[in-house]
Design a protein around this ligand. Sequence first.
Ligand SMILES: Cc1cc2nc3c(=O)[nH]c(=O)nc-3n(C[C@H](O)[C@H](O)[C@H](O)COP(=O)(O)OP(=O)(O)OC[C@H]3O[C@@H](n4cnc5c(N)ncnc54)[C@H](O)[C@@H]3O)c2cc1C
Length: 292
Amino acid sequence: MREIDYISAQSVSEAAALLNDHGDRARVIAGGTDVIVQVREGRREIDVLVDVKEIGELTAIEYSAGSGLRLGAAAPCYQIYGNAEVAEAYPGLIDAVRMIGSVQIQGRASVGGNLCNASPAADSICPLIVYSVTCNVQGPNGSRAIAAEDFCTAPGQTAMTQGELLVSLDFPAPKANTGAFYLRFIPRNEMDIAEVGAGAFVTLDASGATIESARVALAAVAPKPLYVPEVGDHLAGKTISDELIQEAAEIAQNAARPISDMRGTAEHRKHLVAVLTRRALNGAIARAREAN
Ligand SMILES: Cc1cc2nc3c(=O)[nH]c(=O)nc-3n(C[C@H](O)[C@H](O)[C@H](O)COP(=O)(O)OP(=O)(O)OC[C@H]3O[C@@H](n4cnc5c(N)ncnc54)[C@H](O)[C@@H]3O)c2cc1C
């Protein structure tokens, strides 16, 4: 058994300095539901775990109807869905945080950890993309913002560079006539990760009949969570109909580049993309009409 140093950082700058000093040999630990498993299984060789849960900015959940949500990267899922205002304002995020693992996992797991782990199948990343979330990162050279769709670059890889950590996630303020929805298909009924996931966000006109704009993102069908701007381009300005939603689903299907693995074949994943995109869009439209 190898010894690993555990350091509980008390500030963002202390955490960034530790990460910078140790390079690839250090990792942040938030909930630990990914990183502890990876270290124990020998999938990550590290010397230092930098705990960030004592840092106020990383665990804060700050919401106001006017300015939106600033979600601390290490805030656990249960505190997100347990916050009535956040749950009401961002139901598409709540869809995802309620399905990560189990109640026990949700007591530890964070959205920041889900994002930084950069699994193509991660459940919360599609909602981050469709909500147009900005990821606030800080490192030895200061802070910068990364759009959620640009954060993951490959399986397990992110746009963060040495010494950087994710501090918070900024969600735009909720607006009238908008709605978001996330769902996934898992091959078994018990705890599992997505064979395919789909998230959608729509802005409707005041009558609720026309889509002004839309965003769709897919999980587990590409090397990283996949933003599909072509769907939004096709839907913008069009009257909602079953045919239109079906066209959008087929555009998403064409954009998907799935592989076959233990959870499903590429062919089955392609089939699922159309089904789930249709349901995600219809779910988002229904919520936008309710939010009217
Ligand atoms: C039984 C089980 C079931 C699961 N089910 C699901 C599921 O249904 N859906 C799903 O998407 N995932 C699932 N997971 C995976 C995991 O729970 C999630 O990815 C979770 O959100 C990770 O959050 P965490 O806080 O535990 O991350 P950690 O394990 O603490 O960190 C994950 C990775 O991100 C890095 N990291 C964390 N925070 C930061 C930060 N602020 N800045 C820089 N790097 C950071 C860490 O160094 C590590 O590499 C499951 C895991 C288990 C063990």
